[in-house]
Design a protein around this ligand. Structure first.
Ligand code: NAI
Length: 342
């Protein structure tokens, strides 16, 4: 039932035959940090997916109640709860997709990088367990700062000898969701039709919506480009300020993360027309990690879509060059953290 709500038309080319859900599809999904502000609504949305047979909920506390509650929904997946480090390994056995929203969120006045010290350690510990228990799974990193936590995860997986760059993803879907919403509002377009690629990273100016590549094709004045770009870059802060100390985006984030899980499961299930923007190891620029549209398949990233970066406007070209030093520093900070650990 969720299928329709996440798949905007722009995700698929119209000429090809429609992919049909395999009724026997049965994938296992684990959420690490499942009792949190993102984890709970994300678990609910994934519980609604017809592609999921088992939903493993892991957190350091409060996850039993969440699982008991969700397990009463009459959808196919079985919900299992896992609490604390001693149950982490079991939560990951046999899992196809691991989603990691564990960690602390921002408060007003904080940047995503201010979360580094706490979240870097959490992501490191969790990814070590992923490496030991389900090294073949797709790994979706939500915990901020994504620009650093994804490089940390890559280093941890390398240290464990199981790094597969095609299966490690920083979740930047929310930037695309926001861009689509804001552009549709501004231009009076039907939301389902709008698709804006967002490249770079997932913090401040590293978030670069490529408005010139919006589908359907629309034209923007210079003022509109400036206003929309800044709004998309600061949308997270808009929510942090509105929540006034109670955290950052959770519901729209859960929606976006569920869309990316659904996309990944469709790819695993053999749909060969699956694209998402995500922060991955990349050779599209001189930076080792970069968010761009990618084609997903059974084995993860099948191709990085380079065409979005061709024929940029002068504004986009400048913004791309301007974001590189900050993104590079965040990537290097993550790598240095992971390499100095014993
Ligand atoms: P929250 O504080 O409501 O929930 C975090 C959960 O993580 C809590 O249930 C906590 O018990 C759990 N946790 C803490 N340490 C853990 C560990 N070692 N193992 C397992 N679970 C652990 O926070 P919220 O709002 O859910 O945000 C989570 C993260 O997602 C933050 O880092 C936030 O910055 C990030 N985020 C990322 C976005 C993106 O677009 N990628 C958007 C919004 C938030």
């Amino acid at each position: 039932a969720l299928q329709g709500s996440f798949a905007s038309k722009a995700h698929r080319s119209s000429q090809r035959p429609q992919y049909h859900l395999n009724p026997q599809a049965s994938y296992k999904v684990a959420i690490l940090g499942a009792a949190g502000g993102i984890g709970q609504p994300l678990a609910l949305l994934i519980k609604m997916s017809p592609l999921v047979s088992a939903l493993h909920l892991y957190d350091i506390a409060n996850v039993k109640g969440v699982a008991a509650d969700l397990s009463h929904c009459n959808t196919p997946s079985q919900v299992l709860d896992f609490t604390g480090a001693s149950e982490l390994a079991d939560s990951l056995k046999g899992v196809n997709v691991v989603v990691i929203p564990a960690g602390v969120p921002r408060k007003p006045g904080m940047t995503r990088d201010d979360l580094f010290n706490i979240n870097a350690n959490i992501v490191k510990t969790l990814v070590e367990a992923v490496a030991d228990n389900c090294p073949d799974a797709f790994i979706h990193i939500i915990s901020n700062p994504v620009n650093s936590t994804v490089p940390i995860a890559a280093e941890v997986l390398k240290q464990k000898g199981v790094y597969n760059p095609k299966k490690l993803f920083g979740v930047s879907t929310l930037d695309v969701v926001r861009a689509n919403t804001f552009v549709a509002q501004k231009k009076n377009l039907k939301l389902i039709d709008v698709d804006v690629p967002v490249v770079g990273g997932h913090a401040g100016i590293t978030i670069l919506p490529l408005l010139s590549k919006t589908k359907p094709s629309v034209s923007f004045s210079d003022e509109e480009v400036q206003e929309l770009t800044v709004r998309i870059q600061n949308a997270g802060t808009e929510v942090v300020e509105a929540k006034a100390g109670a955290g950052s985006a959770t519901l729209s984030m859960a929606y976006a993360a569920a869309r990316f899980v659904e996309t990944s499961l469709r790819a695993l299930d053999g749909d060969d027309d699956v694209y998402e923007c995500t922060f991955v190891q990349s050779d599209l620029t001189e930076l080792p990690f970069f968010a761009s549209r990618v084609k997903l398949g059974r084995n993860g990233v099948e191709a990085l879509i380079s065409s979005d970066l061709q024929g940029l406007t002068e504004y986009e070209q400048k913004a791309l060059e301007a974001l590189k030093p900050e993104l590079k520093a965040s990537i290097e900070k993550g790598i240095a953290f992971a390499q100095k650990q014993p």
